[in-house]
Design a protein around this ligand. Structure first.
Ligand SMILES: [Cu+2]
Length: 497
């Protein structure tokens, strides 16, 4: 129906235009060509003036109407430390170009009006005017020098790299068609080495070199989380074509170039929640986020900072969005703890792992924390809780401790030493393979070996007893290799505290 009306309207307009043209032709014949031409000129000149006024009102009006949607205005003040200086630079440029824009438009249309065709007037011929040349060279030069110098000052303020003594977090973003791989350095605070020859889409998307220990704790989250008021350096790279790392709310924008690492340094100064509170003051943000569901949360509540790709890099370009969350220091630390190393989750003890079978420093450190919290909660608990000494290993069929057990046992010795009144039982357990009596003897010998080690480390003999349980207290099935492995174990139980 709408299509039909539109078609009819167009046909009607065409007919009207043709008719007007005909009437003008006939009128021209009657009144003479010249007079009609003069009238046409007058009309056009008048329309030029009308257009000028309408156009300028439209420009100012639309800027006013959309002012709260523009970065740098309304609720969209920059959320980074450097952002404000960039915004003011844009304001300054807009001020000068705005003046030029208005003046040139007024001149253009006013002249068209004032000097419309007049048969009594002859054009002035001006071959050269030094004065004019000087004016239109000197004024733009002064304005441009001012803008360029201001720009350079801001550039030098925003773009320098971090110094050796700076306190900053370094993260990494790698663009590819069509997503970002994000990488955080893990507890050591350092990103590990990469080599493009090691890239494997399935098992090693970034080509991390696992022989570099700095890689072992790196993790790859699905969103960027950063603490407020903390300087951040982002390493930016790309794997295939040109992308662009763009955080509009922080005024961060940098090309991600394959083979040429770039970076950007910024300090977020508003948490996501603080930014939402700013938006909340504006009526256009107080409407349901989902227009079809009036009960959905409001737009300001659903707001999130985002990372986008600002390079038109292919047809899936729009999907390169990632959420950015700015939080307080405590929330950030908790989030860090909840993240798991890519290496430990995907590579550890696979064929790609150069440390297959070895115990790693990060595992030893993690275990120390875990053992301490198990020991502490056993101390606080009213039940006699059992702690499994996961990192105590013996030579097969013997009671000789393997060297790597020392970490775990040194930690146990320290924990008992810190709690003077504590009394513990060390128990040895075997699986059901082989003779019952031999298993009992072996488990006793192993428990004693652990006790002896702890005594050597200065634990008082009154606080530990050692006991062998043989195969009598399994915690898993003896039918499977994993079950049997679980049953061969050393445990610690707190008897008194
Ligand atoms: Cu892209």
């Amino acid at each position: 129906m709408i299509g039909l009306i539109a078609t009819l309207t167009i046909i009607l307009l065409a007919v009207i235009i043709v008719q007007i043209a005909r009437i003008s032709e006939i009128a021209a014949k009657i009144r003479g060509e010249e007079e009609v031409e003069a009238q046409k000129n007058k009309r056009t000149a008048f329309y030029c003036l009308v257009f000028l006024i309408g156009f300028l009102i439209f420009c100012v009006g639309s800027a006013w109407y959309y002012k709260n949607s523009m970065l740098g205005y309304g609720p969209h003040e920059a959320a980074s430390a450097h952002g404000n200086s960039l915004d003011r630079l844009f304001d300054l440029t807009l001020f000068f170009t705005g003046i030029v824009f208005v003046l040139t438009h007024i001149a253009l249309f006013w002249f068209s009006y004032k000097y419309k065709a007049d048969k009594n007037r002859v054009a002035t011929f001006l071959a050269h005017s030094t004065k004019l040349e000087v004016i239109w060279t000197v004024i733009p030069t002064i304005v441009l020098i001012f803008l360029v110098v201001r720009g350079l000052i801001v550039w030098n303020d925003v773009m320098p790299d971090v110094g050796p003594d700076d306190d900053y977090i370094e993260i990494e973003a790698t663009g590819y068609q069509f997503a970002w791989d994000l990488r955080y350095p893990g507890p050591d605070g350092k990103l590990g080495k990469r080599d493009f020859r090691l890239i494997n889409t399935a098992t090693n998307p970034l080509g991390q070199d696992w022989t570099d220990e700095k890689n072992l704790d790196d993790f790859m989250p699905s969103k960027i989380v950063l603490p407020v008021d903390q300087k951040v350096r982002v390493r930016i790279t790309a794997k295939d074509v040109l992308h662009n790392f763009y955080l509009p709310h922080f005024r961060v924008k940098m090309d991600a170039v394959p083979g040429l690492p770039t970076y950007f340094i910024f300090t977020p100064i508003k948490t996501t929640q603080e930014y939402r509170e700013e938006l909340r003051k504006y009526p256009e943000w107080q409407v349901p986020a989902d227009p079809t569901d009036p009960d959905s949360k409001q737009r300001w509540e659903e707001f999130n900072y985002e990372l986008a790709c600002a390079e038109l890099c292919g047809k899936g370009h729009y999907s390169m969005k990632r959420i950015v969350e700015i939080v307080d220091r405590g929330t950030y630390e908790d989030w860090l703890k909840s993240q798991n190393s890519f290496y430990l989750g995907n590579i550890r003890n696979t064929d790609a792992d150069p440390y297959k079978g070895d115990l790693l420093k990060i595992e030893i450190d993690e275990r120390k924390v875990e053992l301490k919290s198990e020991f502490m909660s056993a101390l606080e608990s009213d039940d006699a809780e059992v702690i499994r000494l996961k990192h105590v290993f013996f030579e097969t069929g013997k009671s000789n401790l393997q060297d790597i057990s020392e970490y775990e046992l040194d930690n146990v010795a320290a924990l008992i030493g810190e709690n003077e009144n504590v009394k513990v039982e060390l128990s040895g357990h075997t699986d059901s393979t082989g003779d019952d009596d031999l298993n009992m003897a072996l488990s006793e010998a192993r428990a004693k070996a652990v006790r002896n080690y702890l005594l050597e480390k200065g634990v008082s003999s009154a606080s530990i007893i050692a006991k062998g349980y043989g195969e009598t207290a399994p915690i898993d099935s003896n039918e499977t290799p994993e079950g049997r492995q679980n049953n061969r174990r050393t445990e610690l139980k707190i008897l008194a505290k």
